[in-house]
Design a protein around this ligand. Structure first.
Ligand code: FPP
Length: 240
């Protein structure tokens, strides 16, 4: 079982269009999928589930859609907090939360605080997140520490970088799923996905089901993860 699954939830708009509905219907239906997949991940004993809910670039969408998405987030958090508590799910966030409207940010922080006692699935919401934003602020922070004499340039290694990203303390994803048939990473967890297995499905996010999730897991379980080594090394038959 992968320890950490990350998902780019794509296709809400196209799903709505297919039904002849406004885009927001797709996002609302997408919330149902979030609910189902979070419960399913809990049942499977997955430790971390990271969902790309709102990217830095999503701020460029029409204002009505951005406002409606922010309102939907508040609404969802209000409604779902009791379920998160019941299922022992701990909510975490990554991204530039300071850009969120005051109420959305406050509700998120309250839910993070309330669920911080939980010990089951860690549900990580990427909000106002993009990987280049994250890497840029990490470089700035490390440069500041060098300038202030806290660390030396030669002390910076991969672990230092990992520990300065917004995902510090979270293991790298083992599996990335992207729905809706697009074959892109779209500025998501570029550092952290270095050795993740990638799984793409044409299924639109509102149509994504527990069975579709199981298919992705089974596909992952059939992969050979070599982390740069040879197949023989990984399969233990390796001799010097
Ligand atoms: C991508 O579909 C989806 C988003 C930008 C938003 C995802 C948000 C949700 C599923 C709802 C809120 C989430 C939580 C965690 C409560 P798109 O709009 O890019 O679809 P398209 O590519 O078909 O236009």
């Amino acid at each position: 079982m992968p320890r950490h699954v990350a998902i780019i939830m794509d296709g809400n708009g196209r799903w709505a269009k297919q039904q002849g509905l406004a885009r927001m219907f797709g996002h609302r239906q997408g919330v149902d999928t979030v609910h189902k997949i979070t419960e399913h991940a809990t049942r499977l004993g997955i430790e971390y589930l990271t969902l790309y809910a709102f990217s830095t670039e999503n701020w460029n969408r029409p204002k009505e859609e951005v406002d409606a998405l922010m309102a939907l987030l508040v609404d969802t958090i209000k409604k779902e907090t009791p379920t998160l508590m019941k299922n022992n799910v701990k909510l975490m966030t990554i991204g530039g939360l300071d850009r969120l409207p005051e109420e959305t940010r406050r509700k998120m922080e309250e839910c993070v605080e309330e669920t911080s006692v939980n010990t089951g699935l860690n549900l990580v919401l990427a909000l106002s997140y993009s990987s280049r934003w994250e890497i840029t602020r990490t470089v700035q922070e490390l440069a500041r520490r060098v300038k202030d004499g806290e660390i030396r340039v030669q002390d910076i290694d991969e672990q230092t970088v990992s520990d300065t990203l917004t995902t510090r303390g979270i293991p790298d994803p083992d599996l990335l799923i992207r729905t809706s048939g697009e074959l892109r990473i779209s500025n998501f967890l570029l550092w952290q996905l270095a050795y993740a297995e990638l799984y793409f499905t044409p299924c639109l996010w509102p149509d994504f089901t527990e069975e579709e999730f199981d298919k992705a897991i089974m596909d992952y379980q059939g992969r050979e993860r070599r982390f740069g080594k040879t197949s023989e090394q990984v399969n233990k038959g390796y001799r010097l």
